[in-house]
Write a protein that binds this ligand. Structure first.
Ligand code: HEM
Length: 583
């Protein structure tokens, strides 16, 4: 009898279990193509994605979706990157967003720029930041609160401050890099070395000057007694590989840097781990207990609070003082706003602290990665490198005549279309932020397919080869008329060709798709600063050095997708340019 009961229960359980199994399979949106076997797997696209990643070192999530788009021959596809059963685990959000990937620039442009009432900030960009800066405006929907918070930082992005106060500091940091590289170059004797750390520190130093002022770092250097590498004081040949092998890379000892920089590097590294995690909130609970991260967050919080206090003190001393950094701008803004609203200013609010912290942890890596990719491309494409150097020499005749590097004022005030073109092409290829996405906030449609509220729409335009390739473009049932994507040649978008950005001798911003800084109202507010840093780095280095080819084994294009998309290898082999012929 008991056996019979057990059998009945077991038989009854089978359909129930089957129904549970079916409910845990991906639920595709009707009409939008997808990988059929992924829809039959509880793990969705994950097994196929892992296989793709393991088959070639340069494969990434982006290349996975790109190839899928080609296989499915559609400019819009859906993927299932997050198993539905994860939502059954405790502490994990029960939201199971659908993910649609767009591969057509004109459609993406419409979604991001024109249809911002239907598509807004998606939660995915914030997953890696949520634990660190939960009150930063990057997480907010595009509403009044977002506008008010964004206004806090826009004051510091004005031309007057950037080009007047900040530019000399950015110029000085680029000169400093050239000095260090001249010393390293002498020691390395045309052997290659890894330039990554120097370039990230250059970008970090620039963003620290923006956030806390030009004097900030100097103060820290006195505090720790280091902060600037002085390779000339080391004995000749230190770090040199043995023997005569000129291809063997030199390993320079890492420069000692102030605690706040080490804290920024540590936090950004952890953001990379969170970004790569399937369960970022669970991962956060694990990583936040690490002693190193606790130390980094304490250093960051102490620094931010101390610098706010200094800015308040300065403002109290002189209400007319010109703000010299973002923190001073924000403190003045808060004071004015509080006066207008008849309340006491809240200078140390979580919003202020998180906005300021955001600069130091979430912005320098994008600029640093862009420079890393840029020097790689220019090393491997010597004709473009030479053409750019020639354009710079023509563009800065006074610097050439006086045998000095161009000043930052010259860089900011001289129009050199080829420099703009190379910078833009580097950004198009590097795409350090890897992509932009939005979430549908209402039931809507894309290219005629219904897209329910909550769907994540990812724009994969960063993949240079993908952008509306002809075989996909031909399938577009409706093409947006809001952008003239016919003005560029889709078939050569996979090539690094700065000339595409020049029309009748002028730099033309609409000559190709531009998504590195995002699109629409939520596009990057820091791009003016980023362009200045990128150009200062490119001009200073190319003016002073020839980037010689590096050995093939140090010149890979494998990407590390962490907080940003960066090259695994970024080696330089430098030959100083003497310019004695200009005498
Ligand atoms: C090469 C350098 C940089 C790149 C490629 C880059 C790229 C991006 C991208 C793709 C987004 C998302 C845009 C979107 O969703 O449409 C973004 C947002 C943002 N970026 Fe940048 N960025 C860079 C440098 C900077 C700098 C230097 C700052 C500030 C100092 C900055 C501040 C921000 C902020 C605050 C947001 C959030 C905007 C919002 O949610 O409203 N970025 N950036």
């Amino acid at each position: 009898m008991e056996a019979l009961t057990l059998l009945t229960i077991a038989l009854g359980a089978v359909p129930t279990l089957y129904l549970i199994y079916l409910s845990l399979l991906p639920h595709p949106l009707p009409g939008i193509p997808y990988r059929p076997s992924s829809a039959r797997s509880l793990l969705g696209d994950i097994p196929a994605l892992l296989t793709h990643l393991s088959t070639h070192p340069t494969n990434t999530f982006t290349t996975y979706t790109t190839s899928l788009m080609r296989q499915l021959d559609s400019p819009v596809i859906q993927i299932f990157p997050r198993p539905r059963f994860l939502s059954l685990l405790p502490g994990i959000s029960s939201v199971k967003p659908k993910v649609v990937v767009l591969g057509d620039y004109a459609t993406a442009y419409d979604v991001f720029v024109r249809r911002s009432r239907e598509f807004d900030r998606s939660p995915s960009i914030g997953n890696m930041l949520l634990g660190f800066i939960p009150r930063n405006h990057i997480h907010l929907r595009t509403n009044g609160t977002w506008k008010a918070q964004r206004r806090l930082l826009l004051g510091a992005m004005g031309k007057g401050f950037l080009f007047g106060v900040l530019a000399p500091v950015i110029g000085e940091r680029a000169e400093r890099l050239v000095d260090v590289w001249k010393e390293k170059g002498k020691l390395a004797k045309e052997r290659p070395w890894s330039a990554q750390r120097d370039l990230y520190l250059l970008a970090l130093s620039g963003v620290a000057a923006f956030t806390f002022g030009g004097q900030f770092e100097e103060g820290l250097e006195k505090e720790v007694g280091v902060g600037r590498e002085e390779p000339s004081e080391r004995s000749e040949g230190e770090g040199m590989p043995d023997g005569e092998d000129s291809d063997q890379p030199v390993e320079f000892p890492e420069q000692d840097i102030p605690d706040i920089f080490r804290a920024s590097l540590e936090i950004t590294r952890t953001m990379g781990e969170l970004r790569g995690s399937l369960m970022p909130r669970v991962k956060w609970e694990i990583v936040r207990r690490r002693e190193r991260l606790k130390w980094a967050r304490t250093v960051m919080a102490d620094t931010v609070n101390r610098e706010i206090a200094k800015a308040v003190e300065k403002l109290d001393r002189s209400r007319e003082a010109t703000p010299e950094c973002a923190v001073e701008h924000m403190v003045a803004h808060e004071r004015n706003l509080a006066m207008k609203e008849g309340r006491r200013p809240d200078y140390f609010s979580p919003v202020m602290v998180d906005e300021i912290t955001g600069f130091m942890i979430a912005t320098y890596e994008t600029t640093g990665s862009t420079l890393c990719w840029g020097f790689k491309y220019l090393t491997d494409l010597p004709s473009i490198q030479n053409k750019l150097r020639h354009a710079l020499e023509k563009g800065y005749p006074a610097a050439l005549k006086e045998r000095r590097s161009p000043t930052i004022e010259e860089m900011n005030n001289t129009d050199i279309p080829y420099l703009d073109a190379v910078s833009e092409e580097i950004l198009r290829f590097a795409n350090p932020a890897t992509g932009v996405d939005r979430q549908a906030v209402v039931d809507t449609e894309i290219l005629g397919h219904a897209v329910p509220k909550g769907t994540i729409v990812a724009c994969l335009l960063p993949e240079p080869a993908l952008i509306s390739p002809p075989e996909i473009a031909k399938n577009l049932s409706q093409r947006s008329s809001s952008i003239n994507s016919n003005s560029w040649d889709d078939s050569d978008l996979a090539h690094f060709r700065p000339e595409r950005w020049i029309l009748h001798g002028e730099f033309d911003l609409d000559a190709a798709p531009r998504v590195a800084f995002g699109l629409g109202p939520r596009g990057c507010p820091g791009k003016r600063l980023a362009y200045m840093e990128i150009k200062a780095g490119l001009v200073s280095v190319l003016w002073n050095f020839e980037l010689l080819p590096c050995p093939a084994e140090l010149s890979g294009y494998e990407k590390l997708v962490l907080a940003t998309q960066k090259p695994k290898q970024c080696y330089v082999r430098l030959r100083e340019i003497s310019r004695s012929w200009t005498l």
